[in-house]
Ligand binder design. Structure first.
Ligand code: HEC
Ligand code: HEC
Length: 424
Protein backbone atom coordinates (compact mmCIF):
# COMPACT_ATOMS: atom_id res chain seq x y z
CA UNK A 1 0.00 0.00 0.00
CA UNK A 2 2.69 2.45 1.11
CA UNK A 3 4.72 1.71 -2.04
CA UNK A 4 1.73 2.24 -4.35
CA UNK A 5 0.56 5.59 -3.04
CA UNK A 6 4.12 6.79 -2.49
CA UNK A 7 5.85 7.52 0.73
CA UNK A 8 5.65 11.28 0.45
CA UNK A 9 1.91 11.12 -0.11
CA UNK A 10 1.54 9.00 3.02
CA UNK A 11 3.74 11.51 4.82
CA UNK A 12 1.73 14.43 3.54
CA UNK A 13 -1.38 12.79 5.00
CA UNK A 14 0.40 12.21 8.28
CA UNK A 15 1.69 15.78 8.35
CA UNK A 16 -1.76 17.10 7.53
CA UNK A 17 -2.97 15.34 10.67
CA UNK A 18 -0.36 17.00 12.91
CA UNK A 19 -0.78 20.51 14.31
CA UNK A 20 0.29 23.39 12.07
CA UNK A 21 2.56 24.73 14.81
CA UNK A 22 4.60 21.54 14.57
CA UNK A 23 4.82 21.86 10.79
CA UNK A 24 6.20 25.38 11.04
CA UNK A 25 8.64 24.50 13.73
CA UNK A 26 12.28 25.43 13.12
CA UNK A 27 14.67 22.55 13.82
CA UNK A 28 15.45 22.24 17.48
CA UNK A 29 13.00 24.92 18.63
CA UNK A 30 10.83 22.50 20.62
CA UNK A 31 10.33 18.76 20.73
CA UNK A 32 7.96 17.38 18.12
CA UNK A 33 5.33 14.84 19.15
CA UNK A 34 5.47 11.04 18.96
CA UNK A 35 4.01 10.84 15.48
CA UNK A 36 6.67 13.25 14.23
CA UNK A 37 9.41 11.07 15.72
CA UNK A 38 7.89 7.97 14.10
CA UNK A 39 7.88 9.77 10.75
CA UNK A 40 11.46 10.91 11.37
CA UNK A 41 12.50 7.34 12.11
CA UNK A 42 10.77 6.08 8.96
CA UNK A 43 12.59 8.71 6.89
CA UNK A 44 15.89 7.79 8.55
CA UNK A 45 15.43 4.16 7.51
CA UNK A 46 13.80 4.89 4.16
CA UNK A 47 15.67 3.50 1.16
CA UNK A 48 15.35 6.25 -1.49
CA UNK A 49 15.11 5.35 -5.17
CA UNK A 50 16.32 7.10 -8.34
CA UNK A 51 13.93 9.34 -10.29
CA UNK A 52 11.73 8.78 -12.15
CA UNK A 53 10.18 5.92 -10.20
CA UNK A 54 6.78 4.24 -10.19
CA UNK A 55 6.63 4.96 -6.46
CA UNK A 56 6.22 8.67 -7.09
CA UNK A 57 7.41 10.66 -4.14
CA UNK A 58 10.10 8.36 -2.71
CA UNK A 59 12.54 9.21 -5.47
CA UNK A 60 15.28 11.73 -6.07
CA UNK A 61 18.22 9.58 -4.95
CA UNK A 62 21.47 10.70 -6.56
CA UNK A 63 22.38 11.05 -9.40
CA UNK A 64 25.57 10.32 -7.41
CA UNK A 65 25.24 8.75 -3.99
CA UNK A 66 27.07 6.77 -1.29
CA UNK A 67 24.12 4.94 0.22
CA UNK A 68 20.34 4.70 -0.20
CA UNK A 69 19.41 5.54 3.37
CA UNK A 70 20.78 7.10 6.55
CA UNK A 71 20.55 3.73 8.27
CA UNK A 72 22.92 2.09 5.75
CA UNK A 73 25.76 4.03 7.34
CA UNK A 74 24.31 4.38 10.84
CA UNK A 75 22.89 0.87 11.47
CA UNK A 76 20.63 0.76 14.55
CA UNK A 77 21.50 4.46 15.01
CA UNK A 78 25.03 3.34 15.81
CA UNK A 79 28.37 3.60 14.12
CA UNK A 80 29.27 1.87 10.87
CA UNK A 81 31.18 -1.43 10.95
CA UNK A 82 34.33 0.01 9.25
CA UNK A 83 34.82 -3.10 7.10
CA UNK A 84 37.69 -3.23 4.62
CA UNK A 85 37.47 -6.16 2.21
CA UNK A 86 40.06 -6.83 -0.46
CA UNK A 87 41.41 -3.34 0.07
CA UNK A 88 38.02 -1.70 -0.50
CA UNK A 89 36.01 0.28 2.05
CA UNK A 90 32.57 -1.10 2.90
CA UNK A 91 29.36 0.90 3.35
CA UNK A 92 29.51 3.41 6.12
CA UNK A 93 32.74 5.05 5.06
CA UNK A 94 32.77 8.33 3.24
CA UNK A 95 35.67 9.79 1.30
CA UNK A 96 35.63 13.57 1.61
CA UNK A 97 37.48 15.72 -0.91
CA UNK A 98 38.50 19.35 -0.36
CA UNK A 99 41.12 21.85 -1.33
CA UNK A 100 42.71 23.96 1.41
CA UNK A 101 40.23 26.82 0.80
CA UNK A 102 37.36 24.43 1.55
CA UNK A 103 36.15 24.09 -2.05
CA UNK A 104 35.65 20.66 -3.59
CA UNK A 105 37.54 19.02 -6.43
CA UNK A 106 36.70 20.80 -9.74
CA UNK A 107 35.51 17.48 -11.23
CA UNK A 108 34.57 15.20 -8.31
CA UNK A 109 33.12 17.80 -5.94
CA UNK A 110 33.18 17.35 -2.16
CA UNK A 111 32.47 13.60 -1.93
CA UNK A 112 33.82 10.62 -3.79
CA UNK A 113 30.54 8.82 -4.48
CA UNK A 114 30.72 5.09 -5.07
CA UNK A 115 27.24 4.75 -6.59
CA UNK A 116 25.15 6.41 -9.27
CA UNK A 117 21.74 6.07 -10.91
CA UNK A 118 21.59 3.92 -14.08
CA UNK A 119 23.37 5.51 -17.04
CA UNK A 120 25.68 7.68 -14.95
CA UNK A 121 29.19 6.45 -14.12
CA UNK A 122 29.93 6.30 -10.39
CA UNK A 123 33.05 8.18 -9.28
CA UNK A 124 34.94 5.02 -8.37
CA UNK A 125 35.79 2.69 -5.53
CA UNK A 126 37.16 3.75 -2.14
CA UNK A 127 40.35 1.72 -2.04
CA UNK A 128 42.06 1.65 1.35
CA UNK A 129 45.74 1.04 1.97
CA UNK A 130 46.38 -0.60 5.34
CA UNK A 131 50.03 -0.78 6.40
CA UNK A 132 50.95 -2.96 9.39
CA UNK A 133 53.41 -1.25 11.73
CA UNK A 134 56.11 -3.04 13.79
CA UNK A 135 54.23 -2.32 17.06
CA UNK A 136 51.07 -4.12 15.90
CA UNK A 137 49.09 -1.04 14.89
CA UNK A 138 47.87 -0.55 11.33
CA UNK A 139 48.25 2.73 9.45
CA UNK A 140 45.39 3.49 7.08
CA UNK A 141 45.11 5.76 4.04
CA UNK A 142 42.48 6.17 1.31
CA UNK A 143 43.45 5.19 -2.18
CA UNK A 144 40.63 5.87 -4.68
CA UNK A 145 40.43 3.38 -7.56
CA UNK A 146 38.64 3.08 -10.89
CA UNK A 147 38.26 6.84 -11.25
CA UNK A 148 35.16 7.39 -13.40
CA UNK A 149 35.95 11.00 -14.38
CA UNK A 150 39.72 11.13 -14.81
CA UNK A 151 42.34 12.28 -12.35
CA UNK A 152 41.65 14.19 -9.15
CA UNK A 153 43.04 17.71 -8.96
CA UNK A 154 46.54 17.58 -7.38
CA UNK A 155 45.41 20.22 -4.83
CA UNK A 156 42.49 18.06 -3.66
CA UNK A 157 43.01 16.55 -0.21
CA UNK A 158 41.27 13.37 0.93
CA UNK A 159 39.76 12.44 4.28
CA UNK A 160 38.46 8.93 4.94
CA UNK A 161 35.87 8.84 7.73
CA UNK A 162 33.55 6.27 9.15
CA UNK A 163 29.99 6.99 10.26
CA UNK A 164 29.89 7.66 14.02
CA UNK A 165 27.31 6.60 16.58
CA UNK A 166 24.30 8.94 16.66
CA UNK A 167 23.10 8.16 20.16
CA UNK A 168 23.34 11.04 22.65
CA UNK A 169 23.97 13.64 19.94
CA UNK A 170 20.75 15.39 20.98
CA UNK A 171 22.33 15.95 24.39
CA UNK A 172 25.50 17.29 22.74
CA UNK A 173 23.35 19.70 20.75
CA UNK A 174 22.09 21.10 24.06
CA UNK A 175 25.53 22.09 25.39
CA UNK A 176 25.74 25.92 25.33
CA UNK A 177 28.47 27.48 23.15
CA UNK A 178 29.55 29.46 26.22
CA UNK A 179 30.44 26.21 28.04
CA UNK A 180 32.70 25.16 25.15
CA UNK A 181 34.37 28.57 24.99
CA UNK A 182 34.97 28.43 28.77
CA UNK A 183 36.70 25.02 28.43
CA UNK A 184 38.79 26.42 25.59
CA UNK A 185 39.95 29.30 27.83
CA UNK A 186 40.62 26.96 30.74
CA UNK A 187 42.71 24.56 28.62
CA UNK A 188 44.74 27.44 27.14
CA UNK A 189 45.98 28.24 30.66
CA UNK A 190 46.88 24.63 31.50
CA UNK A 191 50.39 23.14 31.67
CA UNK A 192 49.76 19.64 30.30
CA UNK A 193 49.96 20.50 26.59
CA UNK A 194 46.20 20.12 26.14
CA UNK A 195 44.72 23.20 24.48
CA UNK A 196 41.60 22.45 22.48
CA UNK A 197 39.96 24.92 20.12
CA UNK A 198 36.28 25.43 19.55
CA UNK A 199 35.68 25.08 15.82
CA UNK A 200 34.49 28.36 14.34
CA UNK A 201 32.17 27.93 11.38
CA UNK A 202 31.05 30.60 8.95
CA UNK A 203 27.56 29.75 7.74
CA UNK A 204 26.61 30.44 4.11
CA UNK A 205 24.68 33.56 5.25
CA UNK A 206 27.88 34.98 6.79
CA UNK A 207 26.92 34.41 10.45
CA UNK A 208 29.32 32.41 12.63
CA UNK A 209 28.67 29.43 14.86
CA UNK A 210 30.60 26.94 16.96
CA UNK A 211 30.94 23.56 15.23
CA UNK A 212 30.33 20.37 17.22
CA UNK A 213 29.25 17.54 14.87
CA UNK A 214 31.39 15.35 12.64
CA UNK A 215 34.91 14.05 13.40
CA UNK A 216 36.24 17.60 12.91
CA UNK A 217 33.26 19.40 14.45
CA UNK A 218 32.51 20.79 10.98
CA UNK A 219 28.76 21.24 11.52
CA UNK A 220 27.15 23.47 14.15
CA UNK A 221 23.89 21.56 14.59
CA UNK A 222 22.03 18.36 13.80
CA UNK A 223 20.00 20.03 11.06
CA UNK A 224 23.02 21.22 9.06
CA UNK A 225 24.75 17.85 9.58
CA UNK A 226 21.68 15.88 8.41
CA UNK A 227 21.09 18.25 5.49
CA UNK A 228 24.68 17.72 4.37
CA UNK A 229 24.19 13.94 4.49
CA UNK A 230 20.96 14.17 2.49
CA UNK A 231 22.76 16.28 -0.09
CA UNK A 232 26.22 14.71 -0.39
CA UNK A 233 25.57 11.07 0.59
CA UNK A 234 22.05 10.55 -0.80
CA UNK A 235 21.91 13.29 -3.44
CA UNK A 236 18.63 14.75 -2.12
CA UNK A 237 18.05 18.51 -2.21
CA UNK A 238 16.85 20.21 0.96
CA UNK A 239 16.47 23.69 2.51
CA UNK A 240 20.24 23.94 3.14
CA UNK A 241 21.24 22.63 -0.29
CA UNK A 242 18.53 23.29 -2.91
CA UNK A 243 20.45 21.97 -5.95
CA UNK A 244 18.68 18.76 -7.08
CA UNK A 245 21.83 17.30 -8.68
CA UNK A 246 23.59 16.91 -5.35
CA UNK A 247 27.38 16.80 -5.64
CA UNK A 248 27.55 16.61 -9.48
CA UNK A 249 29.89 19.36 -10.71
CA UNK A 250 29.34 21.27 -14.00
CA UNK A 251 32.04 19.03 -15.55
CA UNK A 252 29.84 16.00 -14.82
CA UNK A 253 27.29 17.17 -17.38
CA UNK A 254 25.27 13.95 -17.81
CA UNK A 255 24.93 13.76 -14.06
CA UNK A 256 23.61 17.34 -13.86
CA UNK A 257 21.07 16.59 -16.60
CA UNK A 258 19.78 13.31 -15.10
CA UNK A 259 16.14 13.30 -13.93
CA UNK A 260 15.62 14.36 -10.34
CA UNK A 261 12.86 14.01 -7.76
CA UNK A 262 11.69 17.59 -8.08
CA UNK A 263 10.04 16.70 -11.39
CA UNK A 264 7.41 14.72 -9.51
CA UNK A 265 6.35 17.58 -7.29
CA UNK A 266 3.02 19.27 -7.77
CA UNK A 267 2.96 21.97 -5.09
CA UNK A 268 4.02 25.51 -5.91
CA UNK A 269 6.01 26.62 -2.87
CA UNK A 270 9.81 26.82 -2.67
CA UNK A 271 9.70 23.96 -0.19
CA UNK A 272 7.75 21.79 -2.67
CA UNK A 273 10.61 22.19 -5.14
CA UNK A 274 12.93 20.34 -2.76
CA UNK A 275 13.37 16.58 -2.60
CA UNK A 276 13.51 16.88 1.20
CA UNK A 277 11.42 19.83 2.34
CA UNK A 278 11.64 21.52 5.72
CA UNK A 279 8.96 19.40 7.47
CA UNK A 280 10.73 16.19 6.48
CA UNK A 281 14.17 17.45 7.50
CA UNK A 282 12.81 18.71 10.84
CA UNK A 283 11.38 15.27 11.61
CA UNK A 284 14.58 13.38 10.79
CA UNK A 285 16.47 15.83 13.00
CA UNK A 286 13.91 15.43 15.79
CA UNK A 287 14.34 11.66 15.57
CA UNK A 288 18.15 11.85 15.77
CA UNK A 289 17.91 14.39 18.61
CA UNK A 290 15.60 12.03 20.52
CA UNK A 291 18.16 9.20 20.70
CA UNK A 292 19.34 8.91 24.32
CA UNK A 293 23.05 8.49 25.13
CA UNK A 294 24.33 4.90 24.83
CA UNK A 295 24.08 2.77 27.97
CA UNK A 296 27.45 1.95 29.57
CA UNK A 297 28.15 -1.68 30.44
CA UNK A 298 27.63 -2.20 34.17
CA UNK A 299 30.88 -2.62 36.14
CA UNK A 300 31.13 -3.45 39.85
CA UNK A 301 31.09 -0.06 41.59
CA UNK A 302 34.62 -0.23 43.14
CA UNK A 303 36.04 -1.20 39.74
CA UNK A 304 34.17 1.62 38.01
CA UNK A 305 35.37 4.15 40.55
CA UNK A 306 38.99 3.00 40.38
CA UNK A 307 38.81 3.15 36.56
CA UNK A 308 37.35 6.65 36.58
CA UNK A 309 40.12 7.78 38.94
CA UNK A 310 42.84 6.39 36.65
CA UNK A 311 41.07 7.94 33.64
CA UNK A 312 41.32 11.36 35.31
CA UNK A 313 44.83 10.89 36.75
CA UNK A 314 46.27 9.77 33.39
CA UNK A 315 44.91 12.91 31.72
CA UNK A 316 42.28 11.25 29.52
CA UNK A 317 39.49 13.26 31.16
CA UNK A 318 41.12 16.57 30.18
CA UNK A 319 39.68 16.03 26.69
CA UNK A 320 37.23 13.16 27.20
CA UNK A 321 35.21 15.11 29.81
CA UNK A 322 32.82 12.74 31.55
CA UNK A 323 30.03 15.36 31.45
CA UNK A 324 29.18 18.67 29.82
CA UNK A 325 26.41 21.01 31.04
CA UNK A 326 23.21 21.23 28.97
CA UNK A 327 20.85 24.17 28.52
CA UNK A 328 18.08 22.52 30.53
CA UNK A 329 20.31 22.35 33.61
CA UNK A 330 21.20 18.69 33.05
CA UNK A 331 24.40 17.04 31.86
CA UNK A 332 25.51 15.23 28.72
CA UNK A 333 27.52 12.18 29.88
CA UNK A 334 29.37 11.65 26.62
CA UNK A 335 33.10 11.83 27.48
CA UNK A 336 34.05 14.64 25.11
CA UNK A 337 34.80 18.37 25.28
CA UNK A 338 33.61 18.86 21.68
CA UNK A 339 36.84 20.78 21.00
CA UNK A 340 39.41 20.22 18.27
CA UNK A 341 42.81 18.92 19.38
CA UNK A 342 46.01 18.54 17.42
CA UNK A 343 46.58 14.78 17.66
CA UNK A 344 49.93 14.75 15.84
CA UNK A 345 50.89 13.71 12.29
CA UNK A 346 50.07 10.00 12.83
CA UNK A 347 46.36 10.82 12.78
CA UNK A 348 46.66 13.53 10.13
CA UNK A 349 45.32 13.11 6.60
CA UNK A 350 45.77 15.19 3.46
CA UNK A 351 42.65 17.34 3.89
CA UNK A 352 43.10 20.40 6.09
CA UNK A 353 39.90 22.46 6.25
CA UNK A 354 39.53 26.19 6.93
CA UNK A 355 39.37 26.20 10.75
CA UNK A 356 40.61 22.63 11.27
CA UNK A 357 44.12 21.42 10.45
CA UNK A 358 44.86 18.01 8.92
CA UNK A 359 45.72 16.48 12.32
CA UNK A 360 43.07 18.31 14.37
CA UNK A 361 40.11 16.20 15.48
CA UNK A 362 37.15 16.66 17.78
CA UNK A 363 37.56 14.66 21.00
CA UNK A 364 35.65 11.50 20.07
CA UNK A 365 32.78 10.92 22.53
CA UNK A 366 33.68 7.69 24.37
CA UNK A 367 30.08 6.95 25.34
CA UNK A 368 29.16 3.96 23.17
CA UNK A 369 32.68 2.48 23.03
CA UNK A 370 31.43 -0.74 24.68
CA UNK A 371 28.97 -1.25 21.81
CA UNK A 372 31.65 -0.45 19.25
CA UNK A 373 33.97 -3.07 20.77
CA UNK A 374 31.19 -5.67 20.94
CA UNK A 375 30.31 -5.05 17.28
CA UNK A 376 34.01 -4.83 16.34
CA UNK A 377 33.48 -1.69 14.34
CA UNK A 378 37.00 -0.34 14.72
CA UNK A 379 37.88 2.88 16.52
CA UNK A 380 39.09 6.37 15.47
CA UNK A 381 37.89 8.47 12.54
CA UNK A 382 38.82 5.90 9.91
CA UNK A 383 38.23 2.79 12.01
CA UNK A 384 41.92 1.84 11.98
CA UNK A 385 42.24 0.88 15.67
CA UNK A 386 40.91 -2.52 16.78
CA UNK A 387 41.44 -2.08 20.51
CA UNK A 388 41.50 0.64 23.16
CA UNK A 389 45.28 0.18 23.48
CA UNK A 390 45.73 0.68 19.73
CA UNK A 391 43.54 3.81 19.81
CA UNK A 392 45.65 5.23 22.66
CA UNK A 393 48.76 4.31 20.68
CA UNK A 394 47.66 6.76 17.98
CA UNK A 395 47.29 9.62 20.50
CA UNK A 396 50.09 12.10 19.75
CA UNK A 397 50.31 15.90 19.70
CA UNK A 398 48.25 17.39 22.55
CA UNK A 399 47.46 13.87 23.77
CA UNK A 400 51.07 12.63 23.74
CA UNK A 401 51.55 13.24 27.47
CA UNK A 402 48.40 11.27 28.40
CA UNK A 403 49.47 8.44 26.10
CA UNK A 404 52.94 8.45 27.70
CA UNK A 405 51.43 8.31 31.20
CA UNK A 406 49.22 5.43 30.10
CA UNK A 407 52.29 3.57 28.81
CA UNK A 408 54.07 4.13 32.13
CA UNK A 409 51.23 2.73 34.29
CA UNK A 410 51.86 -0.54 36.15
CA UNK A 411 50.22 -3.45 34.29
CA UNK A 412 47.24 -3.86 36.70
CA UNK A 413 46.39 -0.13 36.45
CA UNK A 414 46.68 -0.27 32.69
CA UNK A 415 44.25 -3.19 32.61
CA UNK A 416 41.87 -1.41 34.99
CA UNK A 417 41.88 1.74 32.86
CA UNK A 418 41.29 -0.20 29.64
CA UNK A 419 38.49 -2.19 31.30
CA UNK A 420 36.86 1.06 32.43
CA UNK A 421 37.08 2.73 28.99
CA UNK A 422 35.79 -0.50 27.36
CA UNK A 423 32.68 -0.30 29.53
CA UNK A 424 31.65 3.21 28.41
C1 HEC B 1 27.53 7.19 3.35
C2 HEC B 1 27.47 7.09 4.77
C3 HEC B 1 26.55 8.04 5.52
C4 HEC B 1 25.21 8.27 5.31
C5 HEC B 1 24.32 7.73 4.20
C6 HEC B 1 24.78 9.14 6.37
N1 HEC B 1 25.83 9.43 7.21
FE1 HEC B 1 25.72 10.52 8.91
N2 HEC B 1 27.74 10.45 9.06
C7 HEC B 1 28.58 9.76 8.22
C8 HEC B 1 29.96 10.14 8.50
C9 HEC B 1 31.20 9.61 7.81
C10 HEC B 1 29.91 11.10 9.53
C11 HEC B 1 31.09 11.89 10.10
C12 HEC B 1 31.15 13.16 9.25
C13 HEC B 1 32.32 14.07 9.53
O1 HEC B 1 33.34 13.64 10.03
O2 HEC B 1 32.19 15.28 9.27
C14 HEC B 1 28.49 11.25 9.88
C15 HEC B 1 28.03 12.06 10.90
C16 HEC B 1 26.70 12.22 11.25
C17 HEC B 1 26.22 12.96 12.40
C18 HEC B 1 27.09 13.64 13.45
C19 HEC B 1 27.48 12.65 14.54
C20 HEC B 1 28.56 13.15 15.44
O3 HEC B 1 29.07 12.38 16.27
O4 HEC B 1 28.98 14.30 15.35
C21 HEC B 1 24.86 12.95 12.33
C22 HEC B 1 23.91 13.61 13.30
C23 HEC B 1 24.48 12.20 11.14
N3 HEC B 1 25.64 11.74 10.53
C24 HEC B 1 23.19 12.00 10.71
C25 HEC B 1 22.87 11.42 9.48
C26 HEC B 1 21.55 11.44 8.89
C27 HEC B 1 20.31 12.07 9.50
C28 HEC B 1 21.64 10.78 7.69
C29 HEC B 1 20.57 10.59 6.63
C30 HEC B 1 20.04 11.82 6.07
C31 HEC B 1 23.02 10.35 7.56
N4 HEC B 1 23.73 10.76 8.65
C32 HEC B 1 23.50 9.62 6.49
C33 HEC B 1 28.20 8.86 7.25
C34 HEC B 1 26.93 8.79 6.71
C1 HEC C 1 44.28 16.03 23.85
C2 HEC C 1 42.97 15.44 23.94
C3 HEC C 1 42.88 13.96 24.23
C4 HEC C 1 43.41 13.25 25.30
C5 HEC C 1 44.24 13.79 26.44
C6 HEC C 1 42.96 11.90 25.11
N1 HEC C 1 42.21 11.78 23.98
FE1 HEC C 1 41.34 10.08 23.30
N2 HEC C 1 40.76 11.06 21.60
C7 HEC C 1 40.97 12.39 21.34
C8 HEC C 1 40.58 12.68 19.98
C9 HEC C 1 40.67 14.04 19.30
C10 HEC C 1 40.13 11.47 19.42
C11 HEC C 1 39.65 11.24 17.98
C12 HEC C 1 40.89 10.99 17.12
C13 HEC C 1 40.59 10.43 15.74
O1 HEC C 1 39.55 9.84 15.53
O2 HEC C 1 41.44 10.59 14.86
C14 HEC C 1 40.23 10.47 20.48
C15 HEC C 1 39.84 9.15 20.34
C16 HEC C 1 39.90 8.20 21.36
C17 HEC C 1 39.39 6.86 21.27
C18 HEC C 1 38.63 6.28 20.07
C19 HEC C 1 37.16 6.61 20.23
C20 HEC C 1 36.29 6.28 19.06
O3 HEC C 1 35.09 6.50 19.17
O4 HEC C 1 36.75 5.81 18.01
C21 HEC C 1 39.63 6.25 22.45
C22 HEC C 1 39.27 4.82 22.85
C23 HEC C 1 40.33 7.21 23.29
N3 HEC C 1 40.45 8.39 22.60
C24 HEC C 1 40.77 6.96 24.58
C25 HEC C 1 41.57 7.83 25.30
C26 HEC C 1 42.21 7.47 26.56
C27 HEC C 1 42.04 6.15 27.27
C28 HEC C 1 42.95 8.55 26.94
C29 HEC C 1 43.89 8.66 28.10
C30 HEC C 1 44.99 7.72 28.11
C31 HEC C 1 42.74 9.58 25.93
N4 HEC C 1 41.91 9.10 24.96
C32 HEC C 1 43.30 10.86 25.97
C33 HEC C 1 41.48 13.33 22.22
C34 HEC C 1 42.14 13.00 23.41
Amino acid sequence: MMGRIGFRVALALALWATPVSAQNMAAGAQPLDKLDLAIGKALFKRPWVPAPASTRGDDGLGPLFDARSCTTCHPRDGRAPAMIEDGTAGRGFVLMIARPDGSGDPVYGRRFQIDAVPGIPPEGIIGVKDTPLPDGRTARAPHPQGLGYGALDPASGLSLRVAPDLKGRGALAQVPDAALLAIETEQAKGQDGVSGRARRITRPDGTTAIGRFGWKAGQPDLASQSAEAFFLDLGLSNPYHPEPWGDCTPTQAACRDAPHGTANRTGGTADDALEIGRPLLDRVVAYVASLPPPEPEPLPEPQRRAGARLFAATGCAACHRPALPTRDGGQAHMFTDLLLHDMGPGLGDTMPEPGAGASQWRTAPLAGVSEALAARTGLLHDGRARTIQEAIGWHGGEAAEAARRFGALPAPDKAALVRYVSSL
